[in-house]
Design a protein. Structure first.
Length: 468
């Protein structure tokens, strides 16, 4: 099969792809309460049902695996290639300006909506690639299977369930990151830290604080309430903190308290340098206020010392490190909650190939325990994933990438964990071209239609390479 025939097939398929992406993005598939046939809630289950309908409409062989994953096959032969995508999404958060998160629109060649990039658009492109191979009538000796999961954003229990019952394919890629090939993924750890204390009566005092929606999202919003200080007391201090951090603050009186709302910019926790953390900005402001001495103030100051605003490398924790393949360690302070009697927080650290539990997890534990926190990380420190760049499979992906883009291909690393993190020989491949900001996990998430179409063409050729 030559490229010309594939290009010709796709000349009138753009509207078909767009409609499929919009059908999927319109479904709120944030994780919810489990139910029969919907282990991760009704939203992911509904998105899975819709994706399987699309697969069936396009002549593929769909199957629902007890709500954990859905699969779409080209034939009933032995699998040569797995393409792994997911249909669950992170909470939309606030700050959407182009369209509501689950009302997808297309403007200026971009599809906007939660999941358009991560990962519903790429799933649709993968299914369209399968349809192309089928419609072109290419004789296949083996099968390609698209595996569509429903729990990637909350731990990938769906894929663990599936592969406990089914074998790996000789080759696997996930269109859940970017081009060219991502063959190295950082490991990581996500601890929970806590402190508790008796109710404090002295004023001024912090009454509550809430920030963060998920451990793997750098928070763009956070809020707190203080008693004994007016907004006029706080505003001059807030202006100075804003000038230093870029985090902005608004104020309101509610039930006798001054409520402070912090606004930064959310991002994926794997790339904290791309956002502006509202939690750390709010903690910096609270530390600059004349709060009464006590355990809450002491705890805020300890957090400000351990995880200061802008320190996404873990310098203050003493765990900063970097190596050439995977790059630097990152830290995203992603969840924090204060009450009258204590606090709970989480951060998400992505670690390079040189990291060990001794120089990362244990060092962070020692730093927190040294300031009076309890520190728990039952799952331990996850190992990085690496597939050699000279494997035949990776060479095939790079060959087609270079052919279809005219750009030199290379292997890259990422801090984001994809579905292939625990799959032997797996890599991430697509669906975003280098240099484009999809606003992953943030407001106004988007994907280029051009990138999805290009991906579908490449994927179709790769399916033929590996299965024909």
């Amino acid at each position: 099969m030559d490229r010309a025939r594939i290009e010709e097939y796709f000349t009138d398929k753009e509207s078909l792809l767009i409609e499929a992406v919009k059908r999927l993005v319109a479904i709120n598939s944030v994780m919810g309460d489990p139910a029969p046939g919907a282990p991760f809630g009704p939203g992911p289950a509904a998105a899975l049902d819709e994706a399987l309908k699309i697969a069936e409409e396009w002549g593929l062989i769909p199957q629902n695996h007890e709500g954990y994953v859905g699969t779409a096959d080209l034939n009933d032969k032995e699998d040569a290639l797995h393409i792994l995508g997911h249909l669950d999404v992170v909470d939309p958060g606030e700050g959407w300006t182009v369209t509501p998160p689950f009302s997808p629109i297309v403007t200026d060649g971009l599809i906007y909506g939660r999941g358009a990039d991560d990962d519903k658009g790429p799933v649709a492109a993968s299914l369209l690639a399968m349809k192309a191979v089928k419609d072109l009538g290419v004789p296949l000796a083996r099968n390609c299977k698209v595996i569509m999961g429903t729990d990637e954003e909350s731990g990938s229990k769906d894929i663990a369930w599936y592969f406990a019952r089914h074998p790996f394919a000789p080759a696997t890629f996930s269109p859940d990151s970017g081009f060219p090939v991502i063959n190295t993924e950082k490991g990581g750890f996500r601890p929970v830290f806590r402190r508790s204390w008796p109710v404090q009566e002295a004023l001024p005092r912090l009454r509550w604080l809430r920030g963060g929606i998920r451990f793997n999202v750098l928070p763009g919003d956070a809020s707190a309430a203080v008693e004994g200080l007016s907004m006029y007391d706080i505003q001059p201090v807030a202006r100075k903190v804003t000038s230093r951090t870029g985090v902005t603050f608004t104020f309101a009186y509610e039930e006798g308290l001054t409520v402070i709302r912090a606004r930064g910019e959310s991002s994926h926790a794997a790339f904290p340098q791309g956002g502006n953390n509202a939690i750390t900005g709010l903690v910096a402001l609270l530390c600059a206020l004349p709060l009464a001495d006590g355990p809450a103030k002491e705890t805020l100051e300890a957090l400000n010392a351990l995880l200061p605003h802008g320190d996404w490398r873990g310098e203050a924790l003493g765990i900063a490190q970097e190596e050439p393949i995977a790059g630097p360690l990152t830290v995203a302070f992603s969840i924090l909650e204060f009450s009258d009697t204590g606090m709970t927080g989480r951060f998400d650290s992505r670690v390079p190939l040189c990291a060990t539990e001794e120089n990362c997890l244990n060092a962070a534990r020692a730093a927190f325990e040294g300031k009076g926190f309890t520190f728990e990380c039952p799952e331990g420190q996850g190992k990085p994933h690496h597939t050699p760049a000279d494997s035949a499979f990776v060479k095939t992906l790079l060959k087609r990438y270079e052919e279809y883009t005219g750009v030199k291909g290379e292997c890259l690393s990422t801090g984001g964990g994809t579905y292939v993190h625990d799959i032997p020989g797996g890599v991430a491949f697509g669906c975003t071209m280098p240099g484009f900001d999809t606003r992953l996990h943030g407001a106004d998430e988007r994907v280029k239609v051009e990138d999805l179409m290009l991906s579908a063409k490449m994927f179709a050729h790769i399916i033929i390479d590996l299965c024909a």
